[in-house]
Every structure is written in C-alpha cells, then in structure tokens.
Ligand binder design. Sequence first.
Ligand SMILES: Nc1nc2c(ncn2[C@@H]2O[C@H](COP(=O)(O)OP(=O)(O)OP(=O)(O)O)[C@@H](O)[C@H]2O)c(=O)[nH]1
Length: 346
Amino acid sequence: MSDSTPLVPVHVISGFLGAGKTTLLKSVLASEAFGDSAVLINEFGDVGLDDRLLGEIAEDAVLLSSGCVCCTIRGELSEALRHLLSRRQDGEIPAFKRIVLETTGLADPGPIASTITADPVLRHHLRPGTNLTLVDAVNAIDNRAQHPVWEAQVAVADKLVISKTDLVDARQVAEVQAMLDAINPAAQRLGVEALEQPSNELFDSGPHLVRFTPGQVKSWLGPWREPTDSTVGHLGSIRSFRLGIENEVDWTCLGIWLSMLLNRHGSDILRVKGVLHVQGDNRPVVLHGVQHTIHPPEHVEAWPESDRCSELIFITRDIDAERVTQSLATFMDRVSDHPSPRIFHV
Ligand SMILES: Nc1nc2c(ncn2[C@@H]2O[C@H](COP(=O)(O)OP(=O)(O)OP(=O)(O)O)[C@@H](O)[C@H]2O)c(=O)[nH]1
C-alpha cells in the first residue's frame, strides 16, 4: 500500500446524450484551475461534433489557448492514452497534471478504470480518477426507464451534478434527486454552479488526492441517504446497501472474498467503497473498486476517536444485501483464523 503516488489521474465526465458534458468541458477548458490538463473526447461515430463545438481540434492532440492539450479518440481508449503519454515523453506536447475524458452519452464508464489498471504501460503512468456524471433533469425519468446505461452511469459516479434544473420545476428536481439517492446514495452531489464555474472540487475525490483529518475519514464514503419509501418502488434492478463490520477485519480473508466475489459477479457489482479497520493496523484503510477492478487499498492518517467500525458500500445489479452479507459472514467463519466479526447491512 502506498501513501502517495505521482500517477496522473484520468477523470471521466459521463452522462447520457445531451446531458451537458461538452458544455461542462468548455467551462473546464476556460477555467484557470484546469490549465494543465489533457482532454480526450470520445466521439461516437465518424464525425466528431463535440470537437467542432469546442473549437478547431485536429485528429491529433493540439494545444488549446487555455494551455490544455486536446484530442479526439478515434480508436481504442488505451491506444489514445498511450499515444498521449508517448507524445508527452517526446516533448511534442506539454506535461499535464490530469487527463479529463469526455465519454459518449451512450458509454458505460465502468470499464474505463480497468482499461487503465489492466494495461501494463498505462498503469505505470496513470490511475483512475473521479467519475463525474451529469444528469439531465428534463429527461432523467424517461432516460432511466428506457436506457439501462443511464443507471450504470449514475451508479459508478463519485460525483453527480443535475443539469438543466433551470428548465424544470422544483418538484421534478426533487424527483430526480430521489431517484439518484435510490441508485447511488454515496455519491457527492455538486450544485449547478459547479458547471458554470468549475473548481478543483469537480475532480478531487478518491483516497489518492485527499489527506483526511480523522473527523473526515468516514466522509470519504460519501453522504449516505436512506432511500425514501417513494423511491424504493422504482428502484429497478440496481440497489445500494451498506455493510457494517464490527471488530477488526482479517485483511487477507476479506481480500480473498472480495476477489472471488468480483471475479464471479464483477459486472453486477457496479461500485464498492470501504473504510476498514484492519487487524494489527492503527490507521484506516480505504478501498474502492468499480466493477471488476479493485484499486490498491490506501492508508488514511487516523480514525476519529469515537468510531472505528468498518463500512463497505455496495452498488449492485440484481444482487441483494442479504446475499452479500451472508456470503462474507460464512466465508469469514470458515476461512479466518481470527474470531469472526459481526457483519450487518443497512
Ligand atoms: N437550459 C440549459 N441548457 C443546457 C444546460 N446544460 C447544457 N445545456 C444545453 O444542452 C444542449 C446539449 O449540451 P451538450 O453539452 O452538447 O451535451 P452533451 O452531453 O455533450 O451531449 P452529447 O455529446 O450529445 O452526449 C446544449 O444546447 C447545451 O447548451 C443547462 O444546465 N441548462
């Protein structure tokens, strides 16, 4: 486990067609806070409309007046990322501190993390960053009903922003918010001002970037909102739940169980986040994963005095809390040499 890393984060702007991704990217590019970014736009089809909207962008990476490097992905993401790195290495483009990737509106951003971590070259230079998902307030309810990828985009988000709130009434915004609470209660919510005046807050999440004070340790898991009765009715197949683990956790045992779970059900475990009290370790360990990928666990400075209970948050498709709780409890019981902790879900 490493405490700090020089790897360049790859942040992802996701959201269904027309949600406002390019509009946000334009604000990002105009903002001084993001002057040292490389921007990748993943276009669907042959004609890159967004790059025309952003200005004249050639197929190869170009330097924008903002100081950012921008290019369009025509082939595989891994190739585009390698190309960007080799051009940086050769001094053809300036060094950059982050990569911002705008996906197509039809993309599931989940596999992007594993594209980076599974590639032996990319993982030496890059790491997955923040998944930011835009949700169009006008069309969210219909999009959810008709396009399963909409739910996947919401489920993997670290941060969610509702766009176009100016075009709907307060009741509709509240309904969209409730829907998001039901799917991904742990994602941080940013207000619409985050789109107009982008700040570092857009892409700051992840254990890698933040040095927590003890009081903030659990806050990394995000604000947990209990789904209300009115939202539970239309949860669909995606659900979220929290596992609490009392007493210290046998890290080896938990690691094996999680690998087995993801190996078998990875495509249905959309997101896992956790803060763990590991046996023999005084510092909290944070863990996060997206689908098949679990990122290397990292230490956080210290626990708050009052609460050392481990927590894992799951967002799953067609897998319920009872099953996961039972599976972990049984595995710990049979495999761990240490007394089994009490495991419960909420
Ligand atoms: N009224 C209003 N319009 C918005 C807002 N955000 C984006 N738009 C408009 O919505 C339209 C689509 O925005 P884009 O930024 O192109 O959306 P996108 O997600 O990049 O779209 P695709 O590339 O097709 O997936 C544009 O006309 C934007 O000006 C918003 O918050 N309010």
